[in-house]
Design a protein around this ligand. Structure first.
Ligand code: GDP
Ligand code: MG
Length: 446
């Protein structure tokens, strides 16, 4: 897809005269590419019309920043399409919120419920899980297993067949226990859709959730719009989570889900594990959708702000894909200084959507990063500085973790948290392995 778009824009810029016909040809090619990424036909057409309205053919003909103008227009338009205009309900820590998850069977609801709970638990919330899927055999066992692993309280039954009854009992139980996030997992049965939607309506009416999250598998392709719309028509969906973004799908269905539910995407699922869950970030998502390489803006920025003599080393490290604790340490230093490279790294999906530096919590985040660094210092002081350069997590056995905790005066839990953060970033970093580093010339859009 990226190739196609780049080619389309390239062709256009090669044409000596940019007229309506050339612009149309270019847009048609981009449309084909977006359709391939599962963006719905109607949405593609809307976008095309909007682009035509925005991009002034006269400006293009005059030869100013042609490629950049069009690429920017498309990028912005896709970002706008992912913004329904109002934010999703955000639960407040310490106040009880009920969140109901809906979606077809296999979309990833049960997994996502646990990820959502775990994500909040790590931030000090008190979540709880309720299994209101009485349809699928083994549904309760699956939730129970997930919840037990994450040490999250759960509620469900092997014998009760009424989902509404269980949902209500579960919610009441956890309200009494002052949980601040009560998450209701539901059934997603196939082939009995009328019954499913009626069931969702009943569970929703009985539990009165503060937010209903529609969970969508990114690989369902063009079916996304109808599926999202069907759920929205039976219950007031207020947010979307797109799962399986670690697969091949580019996730164009997310645009359909937003359009059909008029709700924003709040998280994406990037793997089967509990911590493979990211706050949704529009720009990297659209970059991926356009196949612009998640790193195109990032590379631009590197060339722009990283001193020339430091570029090769940084790019080399990136293409090796070997993320060591030392690299993390160095990046933390940059982030703390908020120097140029700090800015650059804040553009990386992992570093930006990570909770390293959320807006309004800069102070807390700085303190956290400093804590992490103290722990890493203690590893160095242990006389094993070489270990910081290893990207092999096996070196971290329990006794080492305990030594690091003692040496830095921190809790074992905090050392583990730091290592989790490291693993998360290492995973993102590894995606850049083998990245063909574009030269300044390739990246120059002017
Ligand atoms: P449910 O039927 O909607 O409750 O879906 P499940 O939570 O049972 O998930 C169905 C399958 O998708 C399971 O095998 C999950 O491990 C898998 N799954 C869920 N989310 C993700 C994800 O983000 N990435 C990948 N690769 N697999 C996922
Ligand atoms: Mg399930």
């Amino acid at each position: 897809l990226g190739g196609t778009i780049t080619r389309a824009i390239q062709q256009m810029s090669n044409a000596t005269i940019i007229d309506e016909k050339v612009l149309n040809e270019c847009l048609n090619e981009i449309n084909r590419a977006l359709l391939n990424a599962d963006v719905q036909f109607q949405l593609v057409r809307n976008m095309q019309n909007n682009i035509k309205r925005i991009v002034n053919i006269e400006d293009l003909a005059a030869g100013h920043n042609k490629r950049r103008i069009i690429q920017q227009a498309i990028f912005n338009e896709l970002c706008n399409m992912l913004d329904p205009g109002k934010p999703a309900f955000t639960p407040k820590k310490g106040k009880t919120s009920i969140i109901m998850f809906v979606g077809l069977q296999g979309s990833g609801k049960t997994t996502t419920c646990t990820k959502y709970a775990y994500y909040h638990q790590k931030k000090g919330w008190k979540p709880a899980l309720v299994c209101a899927d009485t349809f699928r055999a083994g549904a309760f066992d699956q939730l129970k297993q997930n919840a037990t692993k994450a040490k999250i309280p759960f509620y469900g039954s092997y014998t009760e067949s009424d989902p509404v009854k269980i949902a209500v009992e579960g919610v009441e139980t956890f309200k009494k226990e002052n949980c601040d996030l009560i998450i209701v997992d539901t059934s997603g049965r196939h082939k009995q859709e009328a019954a499913l939607f009626e069931e969702m309506r009943q569970v929703s009416e009985a539990t009165k959730p503060d937010l209903i999250v529609f969970v969508m598998d990114s690989s369902i392709g063009q079916a996304a719009f109808d599926q999202a719309q069907a759920f929205k028509q039976s219950v007031p969906v207020g947010a979307v989570i797109v799962t399986k973004m670690d697969g091949h799908a580019k996730g164009g269905g997310a645009l359909s889900a937003v359009a059909a539910t008029k709700s924003p995407v709040i998280f994406i699922g990037t793997g089967e594990h509990m911590d493979e869950f990211e706050v949704f970030d529009v720009k990297p998502f659209v970059s991926r959708l356009l196949g612009m390489g998640d790193w195109s803006g990032f590379m631009d920025k590197i060339h722009e702000v990283v001193p020339k003599d430091q570029q090769p080393e940084l790019l080399q490290k990136l293409s090796e894909g070997n993320f060591t604790l030392r690299i993390m340490y160095e990046q933390f230093q940059h982030i703390l200084k908020m120097g140029p490279i700090g800015q650059v790294f804040s553009m990386l999906p992992g570093f930006s959507s990570s909770e390293l530096m959320p807006k309004g919590q800069e102070k807390e985040s700085q303190a956290k990063i400093k804590r992490y660094m103290t722990m890493m210092d203690s590893m160095t002081n242990e006389g094993k500085s070489c270990k910081l350069d290893s990207s092999n997590p096996k070196i971290m056995n329990d006794s080492r973790i305990m030594r690091i905790a003692r040496g830095s005066g921190r809790h074992v839990r905090e050392v583990m948290e730091m290592l989790e953060e490291y693993k998360r970033l290492a995973k993102i970093w590894s995606k850049m392995k083998g990245l063909k580093i574009p030269t300044r010339g390739d990246m120059n859009m002017r």
